[in-house]
Design a protein around this ligand. Structure first.
Ligand code: BGP
Length: 476
């Protein structure tokens, strides 16, 4: 089975990790700008400290703000059909509450979309990728407050209207389910608890997060509806971080625990977005977490009317679920499970599992029966720049195996629209806040402290991916 002729090959980035120019063009600070540098301060925390050096990563990032023409030319050279990027909300509404949008911010994205258009590359735009205007966190404690729904909707409406004829593919919230995970401070919801890095232990955190997530569901559904009114041709998707778990053993206890993990990690959010209602098991999750979810009158209709056109997700790794407490836990992008003896891991402990992608694609398509898109995948690795290039055969091997498994999923009958590997041009890691965890086909000469020329270098994977796209996935 080969890839469909209109398959959307490309790459993915996000403003907060790639764009930079954080205080230029009238942009206001976002919550991501308040997150410390992982190379200096681990774990990264969200704080206002006087030392500018603590803040490098999201401020300069990879400097796409100034180098977008060069970067888009590189994408064109690779043959990209699509480019996933995000719009920084605080570039459009610096505090989130202005009556009128910031024209300079809108103009920047006009320029980027025009450049993409000239290069024959279709933009795929995330409205909210791990950042909100910082002011909204200070004033409202982010998405904990229902008032963010209308502020976001206004932002979405401005973007949909302005870019009506330039952008067709949209995503509402990046990895929306990340808000459910028990790690420290998290940008996506913009909920800030000063003085603590261990927010999950504060007793009101599950309540705030689940309620905040509900506000995002409502905002997403309203945005989908509004987008379709503005341009009926828009394709608007959700974005879920796929936690691909297996039961560690045939013990029924492990099997049930694994099923519960899929419900909690993947289907809780996916079901609301695709089916337009909370799944039956949501009540159990709320009860177990002491959550009293407040739904306003009309919310149920809003969720029903704003279901998505396609399901986009990130896939990096898989993990195992076991009820045996003595087994070794593994690291992960979100929810660490138990180590799988059959898999190898990258340098950060993320277990590499291409077959898991086929498994996941089948699971998702079986449940939702709408087009799917893999909008993040890739190998975070240490790269060495030698004579102007990087010999990243490890990255090629990772991507090749995942592409093969997508092909198998197509054979299985899955409707797969496209593939945009993460960090196609090197960018700052969301998890570690460092530059040295690289994903790109293009090397960016910045170190963990933002020092370097910022120059771009084609890695071996650049030429390999060019060949893959040119042959529509035949020549791997
Ligand atoms: C996803 C995020 C991305 C990206 C990626 C890789 O969770 O949507 O923003 O960063 O993970 O993670 P990391 O940067 O921690 O390696």
């Amino acid at each position: 089975m080969s890839f469909p002729s209109d398959f959307m090959w490309g790459g993915a980035t996000a403003a907060n990790q790639f764009e930079g120019g954080y205080n230029e063009g009238g942009r206001g600070p976002s919550i991501a700008d308040m997150q410390t540098n992982g190379a200096v301060d681990k774990p990264r925390i969200i704080t206002r400290v006087p030392d500018e050096n603590l803040y490098y990563p999201n401020h300069q990032a990879s400097d796409f703000y100034h180098r977008y023409k060069e970067d888009i030319a590189l994408m064109k050279e690779m043959g990209f059909k699509t480019f996933r990027m995000s719009i920084s909300w605080s570039r459009i509404f610096p505090t989130g509450e202005e009556e009128k949008p910031n024209e300079e911010g809108l103009k920047f994205y006009d320029d980027v979309f025009d450049e993409l258009n000239r290069a024959g590359i279709e933009p795929l735009v995330t409205l909210s990728h791990y950042e909100n205007p910082w002011y909204l966190t200070e004033k409202y404690n982010g998405w904990a407050d229902r008032r963010l729904v209308n502020l976001f909707l206004k932002f979405a409406e401005v973007c949909f209207t302005r870019y009506r004829d330039k952008v067709k593919y949209w995503l509402t919230f990046n990895e929306i389910n990340a808000g459910m995970y028990p790690f420290g401070q998290y940008n996506g919801l913009g909920i800030f608890n000063e003085g603590s890095t261990d927010t999950w232990n504060l007793k009101d955190i599950p309540q705030l997060r689940f309620q905040g997530l509900h506000h995002q569901f409502v905002a997403s559904a309203l945005a989908v509806k509004k987008g379709h009114e503005i341009n009926p041709d828009f394709k608007i998707g959700c974005m879920v971080a796929l936690t691909a778990n297996y039961a560690y053993s045939a013990n029924p206890l492990d099997q049930v625990a694994n099923q519960l993990s899929w419900q909690y990690c993947n289907y809780y959010c996916g079901d609301v977005h695709v089916r337009g209602e909370y799944p039956g098991f949501a009540k159990r999750i709320w009860k177990e977490n002491g959550v009293n979810l407040v739904m306003e009158e009309g919310d149920a209709e809003i969720l029903k009317e704003g279901t998505v056109d396609f399901f986009a997700f990130s896939y990096y790794m898989s993990s195992c679920i076991s009820t045996d407490e003595t087994l070794k836990k593994t690291a992960g992008n979100l929810f660490g499970g138990v180590k799988n003896p059959y898999l190898k891991a990258n340098d950060w402990g993320w277990q590499i599992d291409p077959k898991g992608l086929r498994y996941t694609l089948n699971e998702l398509y079986g449940r939702y029966n709408i087009p799917l898109m893999v909008v993040e995948n890739g190998l975070g690795a240490y790269d060495t720049l030698e004579n102007g290039t990087v010999h990243d055969d490890y990255r090629i091997a990772y991507l090749r195996e995942h592409i093969k498994c997508m092909e198998e999923a197509l054979e299985d009958g899955v409707d797969l629209m496209g593939y945009t590997p993460w960090g196609c041009i090197d960018l700052v890691s969301a998890g570690t806040g460092e530059m040295k965890k690289r994903y790109g086909f293009v090397y960016v000469d910045f170190d963990d402290f933002g020092k370097g020329s910022g120059d771009r270098y084609r890695k071996d994977s650049f030429y390999w991916y060019q060949k893959v796209i040119r042959s529509n996935g035949e020549d791997l």
